[in-house]
Design a protein around this ligand. Sequence first.
Ligand code: HEC
Length: 193
Amino acid sequence: MPLLTTRFLTGAVAAAILAIGLAVPAALAVPANTPKPASAAQGAADAAKTAELGGDPVRGKRVYTDVGRCTQCHGWGGNGVGSDPRSPGKAADLRATTLDTETLRNVVRCGLPGTDMPYHGSDAYKKPEACFGQVLADFKEGEAPHKGRTFREVDINNVVAFIEDHFKGKGPVTLAECEEFFKPGAKNCVGLK
Ligand code: HEC
């Protein structure tokens, strides 16, 4: 594969190809009449991009609980009853969200200016193209969006995948979900069914 040189296998792409392992050969299957090397590289690049944008709910759970500390306000079950005593009832119930994937990503990246929902994107309000064409200097004093913990775009996708997988449309939190999150018989789960 002469064209699969360092020119294509740099940094993130190479890492993504290694990460998706067995998925690559399928992505490399191309019609026989297509010049092989260029298409193979394109296939690998597309596969890497798809893997990156798709989001991984398992990693997303860690972003939700540890990296982003979303639990503080939204609660372990996403129902808006957070562990921060100031938050109960204030943060959105993510189980009832009607936002689509792209909008969820935007909200996590950019926060919701004018509310307590912080922004988490590493370029948010630094580069105007990241969030609504705005940078921090565009906001009046006291109206700037709140800053949360910062993480990369790939983790924004991961945490949104987790929200869609575990919370969206799921109704009230259940005992089974609680015991999966904490442990069987956990104190936090008393009173749930
Ligand atoms: C400091 C508290 C706080 C933290 C931390 C926080 N949020 Fe929020 N979030 C809010 C509040 C408050 C709202 C509702 C804002 C409004 O519309 O008034 C909200 C709204 C949202 C919404 C919009 C839901 C909808 O349907 O409108 C999403 C999605 C969301 N948060 C995801 C997250 C994720 C993911 C994290 C962690 C990376 C997080 N939030 C961290 C307070 C918080």
